[in-house]
Design a binder for this molecule. Structure first.
Ligand SMILES: [Zn+2]
Length: 485
């Protein structure tokens, strides 16, 4: 069966079209062009700001002009992840989405249902002539996935008319998000001296690459291994047995991913070669037990390499290893207001050696409390400062403070319960959403976030549940009808 034959056909036809339009973060030109054409075809007013965010406005249905103005908001970009072996170019290739039972999936890449389904629902409402609604605006933001950058740069004028903002970027039908953590990155930058490598040393590479990883917000409480921490634990422990020479150390990649891989090249005196293996085996047994429930394929491996030309000066190497070992990683505190919610966390995301004898350690902090976010960033800064590194912060983004008295939340809850016979689940998440940035620009906005069920977003296993899309669409239509005056 063809995706465009699914109900509601108007929504699925647009969704199918969107999967054929390339839209990696910061490369949204083609999807912007598509929306510009769409607005022109349907005679809709369209505005674009300097960050390429787009606002399309549609007048109210006759008799509904007095209703509050609603923004339906989605983001234009998608995460581009694929299986390593796959030959796929996200800049040019259409995504071959297909139906498999109750899901839309694709082959070995992200699907872009996050947030393609939000774009499709917005456009389907814009093009309809039989869905009753008050004044409505659809806001499409750019570059959400790499750090909420479109929303940060959004022209505040785009929010001037709106009373209510419905973010369409949640991933579980029936879950209504009303708050999220704020975030900020803290980087330590080390300049190190090198020396010529000494003779009479055994040189080897130590590697870890089988960890699960995951999202540094939504998965941080799951107790998975951090490749940077584990490899440093080995190097630090071995250094107590015999002095190590550090030639290279690298690990992790994205600031918002728990690092799955790390490697280092080190040398130890030839006479102590056995110690490298004994220390490894001892630590391996410990790790296998510690991560039995949470990351059971944790495995350190070593391999002999030829002698490198240079390695780090001993004192600089000690500082760097001590810093990585001392830096915290994981959940710092749990909320005392909402049971089971992580309040503050930090991710020791990456360690990268670059040109000019520089090592950059990137860490990423999140908290639902602005003051605790600042506090954990300061602690990381203190740790870097002790080691003589210089420190840089990203701009960061504010949290979205929950408003349990929200009018739109009450209306949405009533409609949902009447339609599906069960109460909504109100959540506050430990990941970033654009809503906090919108509220920073206009704090009187009434904001909720909802969406159909998407599984494994940001991974090549991403899929969207067809039934929940139909239910969500019916819910949205009912919600638009019920917006108060
Ligand atoms: Zn998203």
């Amino acid at each position: 069966m063809d995706i465009t034959k699914l109900e509601p056909t108007q929504l699925w036809t647009i969704f199918n079209r969107i999967t054929k339009i390339p839209r990696p973060s910061r490369k949204e030109e083609k999807i912007i062009e598509y929306i510009e054409q769409f607005a022109a075809e349907h005679n809709l007013q369209i505005e674009k700001d300097t960050a390429n965010n787009i606002l399309v406005s549609k007048p109210a249905s006759p008799g509904m002009e007095n209703k509050k103005t609603v923004i339906l908001q989605s983001h234009l970009d998608m995460v581009c992840e694929k299986h390593n072996h796959l030959n796929f170019n996200f800049m040019t290739d259409p995504i071959p989405a297909y139906i498999d039972g109750n899901y839309i999936k694709t082959h070995g890449t992200t699907l872009g249902a996050d947030d393609g389904i939000g774009i499709a629902a917005s456009l389907a409402i814009l093009q309809s002539d039989n869905i009753p609604h008050g004044p409505i605006q659809c806001l499409f933001t750019t570059d959400e996935e790499t750090g909420l950058n479109g929303a940060r740069e959004l022209d505040p004028k785009f929010l001037a008319k709106a009373d209510i903002l419905i973010n369409l970027d949640s991933e579980e039908l029936g879950e209504f998000c009303i708050g999220c953590a704020g975030g900020k990155n803290t980087r330590g930058i080390f300049k190190y001296k090198t020396i010529e490598t000494p003779g009479n040393h055994y040189w080897f590479e130590v590697k870890i690459d089988k960890l699960i990883g995951g999202h540094s917000g939504s998965d941080i409480h799951l107790g998975r291994g951090n490749a940077n921490k584990i490899i440093t634990r080995y190097l630090w422990t071995l250094n107590k047995e015999t002095p190590i020479q550090l030639a290279t150390i690298n690990g992790g990649n994205l600031h918002n991913a728990i690092p799955r891989e790390a490697n280092a090249i080190i040398g130890i005196p030839i006479k102590d070669r056995e110690k490298a293996i004994i220390t490894l085996n001892t630590l391996q047994a410990v790790l296998s037990e510690e991560y039995e429930q949470t990351d059971k394929n944790v495995r350190l491996a070593i391999e002999t390499v030829s002698q490198p030309q240079t390695c780090l000066d001993q004192e600089d190497a000690r500082k760097i290893l001590n810093t990585i070992y001392a830096l915290p990683h994981g959940v710092i505190s749990m909320s005392h207001k909402i049971e089971g919610m992580v309040e503050t966390s930090t991710n020791l995301a990456s360690v990268k050696m670059t040109e000019n004898n520089t090592i950059t350690i990137t860490t990423s902090q999140r908290s639902s409390s602005e003051t605790l976010k600042t506090d954990i960033c300061n602690q990381i800064q203190a740790c870097f400062t002790l080691a003589g590194a210089s420190v840089e912060f990203s701009d960061g983004y504010p949290g979205w403070k929950p408003n349990t008295d929200s009018e739109i939340l009450k209306i949405a809850g009533n409609i949902y319960e009447k339609m599906f016979g069960k109460p909504i689940n109100v959540t506050v998440i430990h990941a970033g959403l654009e809503c906090g940035l919108f509220l920073e620009k206009k704090n009187s906005l009434d904001v909720i976030s909802c969406g159909p069920t998407i599984n494994d977003a940001h991974s090549p296993e991403e899929k969207i549940d067809i039934t929940t899309v139909g239910q969500w669409w019916k819910f949205l239509i009912e919600l638009l009808k019920t917006i108060p005056s």
